[in-house]
Design a protein around this ligand. Structure first.
Ligand SMILES: Nc1ncnc2c1ncn2[C@@H]1O[C@H](COP(=O)(O)OP(=O)(O)OP(=O)(O)O)[C@@H](O)[C@H]1O
Ligand SMILES: [Mg+2]
Length: 373
């Protein structure tokens, strides 16, 4: 059974679109946000690596790590009526991470010391590179600022759903881990534990490369020590936000085999992490009408305007499409069974890529369609 997405979002303020690579997470996030804004809400959508044409449609061509209002004139030109406001941004993971550290630093000199540090530069790139942590941190920041009625978060094309769900805790467990604690320990103790052998390695490294890694590492960790407490609180708060009553995860899938398996896995991980599953959206479904209709009757009807040969070709095409549609139906049934979710939102395969406001508006219309049967 197909239903409208509105019932799934009732009482929610944060909606996270998760799912396998390429299923349409970014498209659906943007369309959901448009649908909510159309109904009068002040919405921000955080997109991750949107296709260039989509970014342009949302007016995101310029950089910037804050949501910007999508010019209402753009919607008017596309014939999409918006009663609220749509704000959109492209996540800049490195900048998000830097801003968070800057906020947490107790004073300007600690902040500068951290930023100048080579280890930090590497670490922040690595963390930013994983995107997951920054995405959730940004979500938390926007939520805390309280400027929006609703936030929609797109998620990175993770190969593994856990990267996202565990992002808030992974970094703190690293920072609180044994290796870091040892290096943060008083100098005497640290050198005793690190041992002479390691010390030798570092000093050889320094002579050969000119890079004083040990000094860099300990300077980094000392500076970071002042940020660590705030970091832990932040990560807890961010983790808490993912479990909040007002947060919901929508799992997006296509009817293809791999995304279906990943959706099932992700549902299971949400349960294990005690995070709220809000519903299933199956995108790029073959139009359902193709499943209906009797080929013989269709042939009879088509032969009149098209002639026999053309009618035959159309029917052959239709029958290919019908088997695709039947495959889709089997996938959808499997998903509904495995996810324990009989009320699925189905979005049809559109005639072309979805990147301009008019086609996003159409997908939004389908997402919120009241008469979905
Ligand atoms: N219902 C649809 N009909 C036709 N094309 C679609 C539909 N949904 C999405 N697309 C197209 O599929 C492509 C992939 O969509 P999108 O970028 O939203 O996926 P994604 O899940 O965000 O991918 P990634 O995992 O790489 O971030 C885009 O070109 C988009 O326009
Ligand atoms: Mg995407």
């Amino acid at each position: 059974m197909s239903v409208a997405v509105a019932t799934k979002l009732r009482g929610k303020r944060i909606c996270i679109c998760a799912g396998s690579g390429g299923v349409g997470k970014t498209t659906i996030s943007a369309a959901l946000a448009i649908g909510l804004a159309a109904r009068g809400a002040r919405v921000a959508v955080v997109t991750i690596d949107p296709a260039r044409r989509l970014a342009q449609s949302l007016g995101l061509a310029e950089l910037g790590n804050e949501p910007r209002l999508v010019d209402p004139a753009r919607f008017a030109a596309a014939g999409v009526q918006i009663d609220g406001e749509l704000w959109a941004m492209m996540l800049d993971p490195k900048q998000t991470f830097d801003e968070m550290v800057a906020r947490l630093a107790p004073d300007a000199s600690t902040r500068e010391e951290v930023f100048q540090n080579r280890i930090y530069q590497q670490l922040s790139n690595a963390v930013a590179g994983s995107q997951e942590f920054s995405a959730v941190a940004k979500l938390h920041e926007l939520h805390r600022d309280g400027q929006f009625d609703a936030l929609v978060l797109d998620t990175p094309p993770s190969r593994n759903a856990l990267d996202f769900l565990e992002a808030p805790t992974r970094l703190t467990s690293f920072l609180e881990g044994r290796a870091v604690r040892l290096l943060l320990a008083p100098p005497g103790l640290a050198s005793k534990v690190v041992g002479r052998g390691t010390g030798l390695v570092f000093s050889v490294l320094r002579r050969v490369t000119g890079v004083d890694l040990l000094t860099d590492i300990s300077a980094f960790l000392r500076a970071l020590g002042g940020v660590l407490e705030g970091f832990r609180e932040q990560a807890n708060a961010v983790g808490g936000l993912l479990r909040d009553r007002e947060t919901t995860f929508l799992i997006v899938s296509s009817p293809e085999r791999e995304p279906v398996e990943e959706a099932i896995f992700f549902r299971d991980q949400l349960r294990r992490h005690d995070m709220p599953f809000g519903g299933l959206i199956v995108n790029r479904v073959q139009p359902a009408e193709l499943l209906l209709g009797d080929p013989a009757r269709a042939r009879g009807a088509l032969a009149v305007p098209l002639g026999d040969r053309l009618a035959e070709r159309v029917i052959a095409n239709a029958s290919d499409l019908r088997s695709l549609a039947e495959r889709d139906r089997a996938s959808i049934e499997r998903l509904q069974r495995e996810l324990g979710e009989p009320f699925t939102v189905l979005i049809e395969e559109q005639a072309a890529d979805v990147y301009d406001l008019a086609s996003l508006g159409q997908v939004a219309g389908a997402l919120f369609a009241e008469d979905a049967a």
